[in-house]
Design a protein. Structure first.
Length: 265
C-alpha cells in the first residue's frame, strides 16, 4: 500500500514512554497505535505526535522511543511537550528525519500536498507552554511560503480552553497571539495539539483546533474545578485528518478496546 493521492495526516499524542517496570504499557500503546495507522488503506501522508513523548525526559526514555518508532515506514514528525527535555530529545534524534535539521524542535516539513509546521511550546520546569514572539514571527513567515497548500500547525499545549478547568490552567500562555497568526492564513486547515489526553474540537482563528487522544491513557472529562482529576479506562487512539471533495474531515480512530486491523513494522 502507498499513501493516498488525497492527503491525510495521522495525529497521535502523549505516549509518555518510560523505562523499567512501568515502561511496558506506554511502549505497547504507542506501538499498537502506529500499527493501526499502517493498517489504513490507503495509508496517510505522514504522522505527527504532539508531545509528551516521554514521561520524564530522560535519555533512556528517548532510547526507548527510538526503539519503538525506528522502523516505522511513514514520515513521522515529533513535537516537544512539558514532560520532554529539549536537549535530550535533540541528542537522541538529531540525525533522524523525525525532527528538523540538526535536531531542531521547531521546524517546517513540505510534503507534496500538505505542509506540516511543528512548534516548540516547552517551558522547562513548567506544565504551561509558550511560543514567544520570535517563534510566532517565524510561523507567520512559514505559513506564507505555500499559501495554496493545506497546512497543519502542530503544538503540544492547547492554545484555547477545552472546558476542563485543571487542564485549562496549564495551556499555551500566548494562545491568543497564535490565534491571530493562524487567522491571517486561510491555508491552515487544522491546529493540532496534545496535553489533554482526549479528543476535542473547537474553532480557532479561521481554522479548527483539535486535541488528540493519548496512545497511553485518557484524562477524565472533569468539568468541575471541585472534582478530583485523574485518568479513565477509555480507548487509546488517534485522529485522522483526511481531505475529501468538500474539504477536510477528522476521524477519531479507537485502537485499544476494539478489533481494528493492526499492521506490522
Amino acid at each position: 500500500m502507498t499513501p493516498s493521492s488525497a492527503p491525510a495526516v495521522a495525529h497521535l499524542s502523549d505516549p509518555h514512554l518510560t523505562t523499567g517496570v512501568l515502561g511496558a504499557e506506554p511502549a505497547a500503546g504507542l506501538h499498537r497505535v502506529l500499527s493501526r495507522v499502517l493498517a489504513l488503506d490507503p495509508r496517510p501522508t505522514c504522522v505527527v505526535i504532539t508531545g509528551d513523548l516521554t514521561d520524564h525526559g530522560r535519555p533512556d526514555e528517548y532510547t526507548a522511543l527510538h526503539e519503538v518508532i525506528g522502523d516505522f515506514p511513514l514520515p513521522l514528525h515529533l513535537a516537544t511537550g512539558n514532560h520532554d527535555d529539549r536537549e535530550a530529545l535533540t541528542s537522541a534524534f538529531e540525525d533522524s528525519p523525525h525532527l528538523g535539521e540538526h535536531g531542531d524542535t521547531r521546524y517546517l516539513v513540505e510534503h507534496a500536498e500538505v505542509t506540516v509546521i511543528v512548534l516548540d511550546s516547552l517551558i522547562p520546569g513548567s506544565p504551561n507552554g509558550q511560543l514567544g514572539a520570535e517563534q510566532l514571527a517565524w510561523l507567520d513567515s512559514a505559513l506564507a511560503r505555500r499559501p495554496d497548500v493545506p497546512t497543519f500547525v502542530c503544538v503540544h499545549h492547547p492554545p484555547a480552553p477545552v472546558g476542563i478547568p485543571f487542564l485549562d490552567g496549564m495551556g499555551l500562555d500566548d494562545g491568543p497571539a497564535l490565534e491571530e497568526v493562524v487567522a491571517r492564513h486561510p491555508n491552515v486547515v487544522r491546529v493540532l495539539a496534545g496535553h489533554v489526553h482526549r479528543p476535542t474540537t473547537s474553532a480557532f482563528g479561521a481554522s479548527l483546533l483539535t486535541t488528540g487522544p493519548s496512545t497511553y491513557r485518557q484524562s477524565g472529562l472533569v468539568r468541575s474545578a471541585r472534582a478530583p482529576v485523574g485518568y479513565v479506562h477509555e480507548p487509546t487512539g488517534f485522529l485522522l485528518h483526511q481531505r475529501t471533495s468538500r474539504g477536510w474531515v477528522t476521524h477519531t480512530v479507537q485502537v485499544s478496546h476494539t478489533s481494528g486491523l493492526i499492521g506490522h513494522y
